[in-house]
Design a protein around this ligand. Structure first.
Ligand code: T4K
Length: 383
């Protein structure tokens, strides 16, 4: 039977949307309280629940992940240079730039696609103040090796854990590594508050500083003690978060099943590799990501991406282009392509596939069949 396009577009993700009646109930409570923002009841409840879910000693909620990371860097008084990865969303290096910090790009590990700890040490200079790793697609950085380097040189460690909600290493929540971690609660994330984010941090003494910084630096009615910003999560965001958290385990179960299908079907296609964390890691189930080896597969990632569109499948080329290729960073010596060979290869090969709980299993089967039809061994299929 010829392969036909999906009747409706299939996107890489769809947000968890709890029944609207539950949201209406929450909104009625908020209306009743007349407290819309500035640490209301919904905010307090969500903060407590997330500290438990992520198994962290301290967590602060924010209006989005980018502002959370900006405040995180500021709270640790980072300056000078920070070593980071070029294979990430623009927010990661931009946050450094907004803090007047120069990003120093480090090549990535060939299997995790996160900052490669083996290359970090050679990039440290007297101006280095921190290492900013990204647990890209929810796969953890080499947290132990990074911490050892940081301890040896007296550097701070920050993680952009935007994709790693619920990831655990040997049963330990990912937010416990480094000095602090940022989680994004954007609508495209597994756990979301439409827009939102959080910082988790090791030292509970940072709490006041972070809370002041996210509220203009206001300490009380008489004192403004820091150059803060407005990073507060409002009550409607927090209420949505609570409802999403209620159904999160169910969503994770559905995604685990879908990932099993992808794994089984894609495992037998030469030139296609599914990105997976090591066995010691409990996955986040945020993304389903493959790499396409153009030679073995017979077509480039870009060609697969384009051909998928003909079938109404909208895969994504995260994170193309590399941050080191942006006009604002390209001039940096650490951005030279010759210094980032692994990242330059990965960014040509990685493709993010549709992956969310409500995606029917039959659709995942069909997406795999479509991908297989693009393989060099098969006659061309048209969408
Ligand atoms: N660090 C990293 C490593 C990150 O990946 C991100 C964000 C951040 C930091 C910053 O965190 P935030 O400040 O955003 O909290 C999306 C998200 O906007 C962004 O949050 C996310 N990373 C990035 C990986 O993906 P786009 O521009 O690719 O999103 P968009 O609008 O094309 O959405 C993708 C698909 O999702 C759509 O095709 C359909 C679906 N979708 C999207 C939205 C917004 C929905 O079904 N409903 C929706 O409401 O950036």
């Amino acid at each position: 039977m010829p392969l036909t396009p999906f009747p409706e577009p299939i996107f890489i993700t769809r947000p968890i949307l709890p029944p609207v009646s539950l949201m209406t109930d929450k909104i009625e409570q908020i209306w009743g309280s007349k407290k819309l923002t500035n640490r209301g009841e919904q905010h307090k409840q969500l903060q407590k629940r997330l500290e438990q879910y992520l198994q962290v000693p301290a967590l602060a909620l924010f209006n989005n992940g980018t502002i959370a990371l900006m405040v995180g860097c500021h709270s640790l008084r980072l300056s000078g240079e920070v070593i980071t990865t070029p294979f990430t969303f623009p927010a990661t290096p931009h946050v450094l730039a907004w803090n007047n910090i120069k990003p120093i790009f480090c090549d990535i590990h060939p299997s995790t696609l996160c900052l490669d700890a083996n290359h970090v040490e050679s990039l440290i200079t007297p101006g280095t103040t921190a290492i900013l790793g990204v647990h890209v697609f929810g796969i953890p950085c080499q947290v132990q090796a990074i911490q050892e380097i940081a301890d040896r040189y007296g550097l701070k460690v920050i993680y952009d854990a935007a994709h790693a909600f619920g990831t655990e290493i040997d049963g330990r929540g990912i937010g416990n590594f480094g000095d602090l971690s940022m989680f994004s609660f954007h609508a495209t994330k597994l756990f979301h508050t439409a827009e939102g984010g959080a910082l988790t941090f090791r030292d509970p003494n940072l709490r006041d500083r972070i809370e002041f910084l996210k509220n203009f630096g206001i300490k009380n009615e008489d004192e403004v003690v820091l150059t803060g910003i407005n990073g507060k999560m409002n009550e409607i965001q927090a209420a949505l978060g609570s409802l999403v958290l209620d159904v999160l385990e169910e969503e994770r179960r559905k995604r685990r099943r879908l990932l099993g299908i992808y794994k089984e079907r894609l495992g037998s296609i030469p030139g296609v590799t599914l990105l997976e964390p090591p066995p010691s890691v409990r996955p986040s189930y945020e993304y389903c990501v493959i790499r396409i080896d153009a030679e073995l597969f017979g077509r480039t990632r870009d060609s697969v991406y384009d051909s998928f569109k003909g079938f109404n499948v909208f895969a994504r080329k995260y994170f193309y282009p590399l941050c080191s290729e942006y006009p604002c960073y390209k001039h940096l010596p650490s951005a030279a392509p010759s210094r980032l060979p692994v990242a330059h290869r990965a960014v040509q090969e990685v493709l993010t596939l549709p992956f969310y709980g409500d995606l029917p299993e039959a659709d995942v089967e069909k997406i795999c069949t479509i991908l297989l039809s693009f393989h060099k061994r098969n006659p061309p299929a048209s969408g």
